[in-house]
Design a protein around this ligand. Structure first.
Ligand code: PGA
Length: 248
């Protein structure tokens, strides 16, 4: 089974609109021959600028979060309809930073995934263990719990719209990438869990790796059987370094 590689940028809380515009003006040219799917997830304020930048290119637009309700008294939040309206095709859900700093639970992540799918947004669903869990040999337990609870009641048909991102927390922004072998082991484990529930759909689900992916380690990670691309933070902020990963 060959799955098309996907490389997604998670800009986190970085870039003003001017900086986003500068990035786009350089980036689109650098990846025009890339065979991979490319997604950029800017901050909400830069969505419009990035939308203009991706027009007529092979780059898709995504967001970093959404609220699980349709609308209402939720100060500071953003809805799925608003993201669709702004031109987003993808949304990242369950990033470890949102789980840690905004208290997002597996149940909340599940509600957000359902809302995104209901509104026809494709989901990049993040899972990953902490250093403490890894050292206590709890990686598989943690991942299994996040996958099972995060995907509760999700059908096989809906699974076609979900991309999983395995991001070990100890590797995010630390420069400590999981080795290709370490990552492959967890990716294969994730695909095994998906197979139990979704049978052959699990063969087409893309599982991205995230955590200190750079242009010099991306190729070795992406060539592993169950690693279908990456979710890139720090290295996605610079057009040249992100393009080098997209062109792997
Ligand atoms: P990083 O972040 O590439 O800076 O480690 C990845 C992520 O958190 O998505």
């Amino acid at each position: 089974m060959t799955r098309k590689l996907m490389v997604a940028a998670n800009w986190k809380m970085n870039k003003t609109t001017k900086e986003a515009e500068d990035f786009m003006s350089k980036f689109s040219d650098l990846i025009k021959d890339s065979k991979n799917d490319i997604v950029i997830c800017p901050t909400f304020t830069s969505i419009n600028v990035v939308k203009k930048g991706v027009e007529g290119t092979n780059i898709a637009l995504g967001a970093q979060n959404l609220h699980q309700e349709d609308s209402g008294a939720f100060t500071g939040e953003i809805s799925a309809d608003m993201l669709k309206d702004a031109g987003c095709e993808y949304v990242i859900i369950g990033h470890s930073e949102r789980r840690e700093y905004s208290g997002e639970t597996d149940g909340l992540v599940n509600s957000k995934i359902k809302k995104a799918l209901e509104k026809k947004l494709k989901v990049i669903f993040c899972v990953g263990e902490s250093l403490e869990e890894k050292e206590a040999n709890k990686t598989e337990d943690k991942i299994k719990q996040q996958i099972t609870e995060g995907l509760k009641d999700i059908t096989s048909e809906q699974m076609n719209e979900i991309i999983i991102a395995y991001e070990p927390i100890w590797a995010i922004g630390t420069g400590k990438t999981a080795t290709p072998e370490q990552a492959e082991e967890v990716h294969a484990f994730i695909r095994g869990i998906l197979k139990e529930v979704y049978n052959e759909v699990a063969e087409t689900t893309r599982i991205l790796y995230g955590g200190s992916v750079k242009s010099d380690n991306a190729a070795l990670l992406f060539e592993k059987e169950n690693i279908d691309g990456g979710l890139i933070g720090g290295a996605s902020l610079d057009p040249e370094s992100f393009a080098a990963i997209c062109n792997v």
